[in-house]
Design a protein around this ligand. Structure first.
Ligand code: GAR
Length: 207
């Protein structure tokens, strides 16, 4: 059974999708063993506690810089013996130390079809604001491995979602979560836990 550690900062609806998948038996080969939050007030922590999952709070403001913060998170993940690290709405930048410790063992869910609307500054509602501003007719979500390039690691799964007339960033965010993120994140985690994802020449393939 692979140990899955989930990094969160906010509401934790993607964490909830993972918990639900584990309970329904669709997270084959994996178990959520720890939730780590950068934000002491994150509702995601309540979701973990309600499901008897152990939690750690590592507040970003307690650390002087990105390097010190990354070291603390990396040490916590090593202590938890994480086999897979999932960034589920984790809003804090980490540096390459953690990528060296967990190569192709970390995945992130991003609320757009990468390479659109991604990279520095594109997180949370800002992503959907940018999609509406551009007037794209399709957006969606991407699950990818985390590398040292922000939102630039090998793409594992993507799912498209239509943009509709009258959408606000909030309405679009909700549709992208419901139709894409909450489906493809548990699916990608399950594939990983069954050793069904292979990375060749920087691209991910499902076996
Ligand atoms: C989700 O839409 C997730 O894709 C996004 O933040 C939201 C977190 O929601 N993540 C990013 O933008 C990371 N670049 P949640 O806390 O309810 O899962």
């Amino acid at each position: 059974m692979k140990k899955i550690c989930v990094l969160v900062s906010g509401g934790g609806t993607n964490l909830q999708a993972l918990i639900d998948a584990e309970h329904s038996g669709s997270l084959q080969g994996g178990k959520i063993t720890c939730v780590i939050s950068s934000n002491p007030d994150a509702y995601a922590l309540e979701r973990a506690k309600n499901n008897n999952i152990s939690t750690r709070i590592i507040p970003r403001r307690d650390y002087a810089d990105v390097a010190a913060y990354t070291k603390a998170v990396t040490e916590a993940l090593i202590a938890e013996q994480a086999d897979l690290v999932v960034y589920a709405g984790f809003m804090t930048i980490l540096d390459e130390q953690i990528v060296r410790a967990f190569p192709y063992k970390m995945m992130n869910v991003h609320p757009a079809l990468i390479p659109s609307f991604c990279g520095k500054g594109f997180y949370g509602l800002h992503v959907h604001e940018a999609a509406l501003e551009k007037g794209v007719k399709l957006t969606g979500a991407t699950v990818h491995f985390v590398t040292e390039i922000c939102d630039g690691g090998p793409i594992i799964l993507q799912k498209a979602v239509p943009v509709e007339n009258g959408d606000t960033p909030e309405i679009l965010q909700r549709r992208v979560m419901e139709q894409a993120e909450w489906k493809i994140l548990p699916e990608a985690v399950s594939l990983f836990c069954q050793d069904r994802i292979e990375v060749i020449d920087g691209r991910a393939y499902i076996k």
